[in-house]
Write a protein that binds this ligand. Structure first.
Ligand SMILES: NC(=O)c1ccc[n+]([C@@H]2O[C@H](COP(=O)([O-])OP(=O)(O)OC[C@H]3O[C@@H](n4cnc5c(N)ncnc54)[C@H](O)[C@@H]3O)[C@@H](O)[C@H]2O)c1
Length: 355
């Protein structure tokens, strides 16, 4: 069996490829990546050491995918993953990679009759309804307003797949939702066995965090390296909340899905850390400072809200947990412990990229 991991030198792809190979030594695992993301080149020695084949390639080129040869399982992890992509210029790269590239991956999977796991995003849910959630401030975070009548698909547990899909959702979110539709059509037209996971924030070691994507690593590394940060949007207080999923927890879910693909084919799941693994930026500052000797860098306040920013997103995992038995295990503290350890262990290589 050959597993193709597209975006296999990226944060999620490299971690999944290595964990998959660790657990299935007899299988060929190929990581295909065009190394566009700064820092993804650091994955190459890790992949080699873990027995994963690297193929330099671009999913925008069907020829690059053809060079992999036959494969049975596709883990589609290549993307321009920033929700802010395209706003300050052309959306060309975003659309060509996240939509046309995904189509190319699906075509390759169809030809080889491979099963597919697609990493979609919570950002398929539209921005205006997410901004309209009834919230109140409690301590240093926003929480669902008690006693309020909440929008369908939103509760104290978070956002479920019943939440509306009507409205604009960012160019990034649109490419992912269009890809989900294509996958549904490939399943109907060609019998493709595919699972879609709409992931909230994913994080962990080897995420090359930057201002527009990967905020946990951005926050941790700026604390460690003493570089400035800013609370951006929603008044600039840092009270906005996200749930976090450790990439190792994501892998545990994918194992279940791949092992019993017939039970999960055609499913669309919301997947995230859930309320128990959620954090506001202000809370994150305190947790990072606790790991750097109570030192925080200068944190500016920018009240302006960017076009794609949302104040609150927590995943309601009820459906995926009911269908798979899976639930996230790692806490925010576990995640930060792992990330700080990794930053300290690889500081010389990481500081020029992350700082
Ligand atoms: N990180 C998150 O919080 C998060 C949340 C939800 C969904 N996702 C999805 O998970 C997947 C993986 O994201 P990530 O966090 O690992 O991002 P990443 O940027 O770390 O990894 C993506 C990889 O894809 C590669 N790539 C980009 N364009 C390519 C192309 N045209 N051809 C081949 N390779 C290309 C990049 O070089 C990079 O190594 C993406 O589909 C993303 O949308 C991520």
């Amino acid at each position: 069996m050959t597993v193709l991991v597209t975006g296999g030198a990226g944060f999620v792809g490299s971690n999944l490829a290595l964990m998959f190979k660790r657990d299935h030594a007899d299988r060929r695992v190929v990581a295909l990546d065009n190394l566009r993301r700064r820092g993804s080149e650091l994955a190459l020695p890790r992949l080699r050491a873990g027995g994963v084949e690297f193929q330099h390639g671009d999913i925008r080129n069907p020829e690059d995918l053809a060079e992999v040869g036959a494969f049975d399982l596709l883990l589609e992890c290549s993307a321009e993953p920033s929700v802010h992509a395209g706003y300050d210029g052309s959306p060309d790269y975003l659309i060509h990679t996240n939509l046309v590239g995904t189509k190319n991956c699906l075509e390759a999977a169809r030809r080889h009759r491979a099963d597919t796991v697609f990493l979609s995003t919570s950002r398929v849910y539209p921005i205006d309804p997410l901004r309209a959630l009834a919230l109140e401030t409690e301590g240093a975070r926003l929480v669902p307003k008690r006693g309020a009548k909440h929008l369908h698909g939103f509760s104290a547990a978070g956002v479920s797949t019943d939440f509306t899909l009507a409205g604009h959702r960012s160019l990034y979110g649109a490419t992912k939702l269009c890809s989900e539709h294509l996958i549904e059509e490939y399943a109907a037209a060609y019998g493709m066995r595919a699972v879609v996971n709409r992931c909230g924030v994913l994080t962990g070691p080897w995420q090359m965090g930057k201002v527009d994507q990967g905020f946990i690593v951005l926050w941790a590394s700026r604390h460690l390296f003493g570089k400035p940060l800013a609370y951006m949007g929603f008044g600039g207080h840092g009270h906005q909340v996200r749930d976090l999923l450790h990439v190792a927890d994501l892998y545990d879910l994918l194992r279940v899905q791949v092992r019993d693909i017939d039970s999960h084919r055609g499913q669309v799941y919301n997947v995230g850390g859930g309320l128990g693994c959620s954090v506001s930026l202000a809370e994150l500052t305190a947790m990072c400072a606790a790991r750097t000797g109570d030192v925080s860098p200068k944190i500016a306040s920018d009240p302006n809200t960017r076009a794609a920013d949302i104040p609150y997103y927590v995943t309601d995992n009820a459906l995926v947990t009911a269908r798979t038995g899976w639930a996230p295990r790692r806490t925010v503290d576990d995640i930060l412990d792992d990330v700080f350890q990794w930053l300290r262990d690889h500081r010389a290589a990481l500081e020029p990229i992350l700082a």
